[in-house]
Design a protein around this ligand. Structure first.
Ligand SMILES: [Mn+2]
Length: 322
């Protein structure tokens, strides 16, 4: 199965201007220099860094939205190209505004694919191929400029991908919504404002807040989430904000929040998922090297991606029925 064996391409999303603390811009370079790619090679799968995509700092006087919108177009093109070259792109952020580019590019590539010949698979393409997305995050990232107090784009990517908010973000790569509300599940959320929570509730997006994860366990939540985002979709993706983790395991993130997911439980559940040929792309964001302690957050990033690509036990979360 060639698609299951796709080489992993790490793509640095060098951007921090979507957040009030811009130091996540140094995240991808720091992980690269630390040896993330070399360390992941030990997991038995081909891994290489592609060229970074970097935000244009000279556009900063025009405001963060301008910087993020222009950056997103270039990141989307890189992610599309990676998918079309039969690689598995893993975008390394950078602040979470990069999700607009990552998933707009993924959807653009998906919609350009020729329809499958297998009649069962063709069903998934009837009304246009849909992308499912699992979003693991302490926050909802579902603000629009109408609800956001800070006006920072890293609080808006999910709303933008659902088709709500500034046209500079909703129109990246393709016009209009990239995701359907039923195809999105959030896990681990524990800090939000009312405006963004109301948008997701109105759209019927499934949010597994951290109290639900504590009650049921992360593995059970992830299994249900994956079953949902694979249902009726042509492919799915994973967006992982390091702030979903407990600060004890990952202190070096843009916006740490107490009472997070524990790393060991998460890596256990993520094991082998990157061997699913339907997994189109991944994203790991908000690494802030200046807040890291003894590289523990860098090691957490390595453990998370390493678990995804590890071949020793492929995809328990795919086989489990919620
Ligand atoms: Mn986020």
């Amino acid at each position: 199965m060639r698609d299951a064996m796709r080489p992993v391409e790490l793509i640095g999303a060098v951007i921090g201007e979507g957040a009030p603390d811009r130091r996540t811009r140094a995240g991808p370079g720091s992980l690269r220099q630390w040896g993330l790619g070399r360390r992941l090679l030990e997991r038995g799968r081909e891994v290489r860094w592609g060229p970074d995509v970097a935000s244009d700092l000279s556009a900063l006087p025009s405001g963060p939205m301008t910087v993020v919108a222009e950056f997103s177009q270039r990141l989307a093109a890189r992610v599309s190209a990676s998918i079309e070259a039969h690689r598995l792109p893993v975008v390394i952020g950078g602040d979470h505004s990069c999700a607009v580019g990552t998933w707009s590019g993924a959807v653009a590539a998906l919609r350009r694919r020729p329809p499958p010949t297998d009649p069962d698979a063709l069903d998934r393409y009837r009304s246009g191929p849909r992308l499912g997305l699992v979003w693991i995050d302490a926050h909802l990232d579902a603000h629009t400029p109408d609800t956001s107090e800070s006006q920072m784009p890293h609080g808006m990517p999910l709303a933008s991908l659902l088709g709500y908010g500034a046209e500079a973000l909703t129109g990246v790569a393709l016009r209009g919504a990239k995701l359907k509300p039923a195809d999105v599940v959030l896990i681990g959320c524990r800090s939000w404002e009312s405006g963004e929570a109301e948008l997701l509730a109105r759209l019927g997006v499934r949010v597994m807040a951290s109290d639900e994860v504590t009650r049921r366990g992360f593995a059970a939540c992830l299994s249900e989430a994956i079953a949902r985002v694979r249902e009726g979709t042509a492919a799915w993706g994973l967006s992982f904000d390091l702030d979903a983790l407990d600060p004890a395991d990952a202190p070096g993130t843009g916006t740490p929040v107490e009472r997070g997911l524990r790393l060991a439980e998460v890596t256990g559940a993520l094991h082998g998922l990157a061997w699913d040929p339907q997994l189109l792309a991944c994203e790991l964001v908000e690494y802030n090297p200046e807040l890291d302690r003894d590289r523990s957050t860098a090691r957490a990033a390595e453990d998370l991606i390493g678990a995804l690509i590890d071949r020793r036990s492929a995809g328990a979360a795919l086989r489990a029925r919620p």
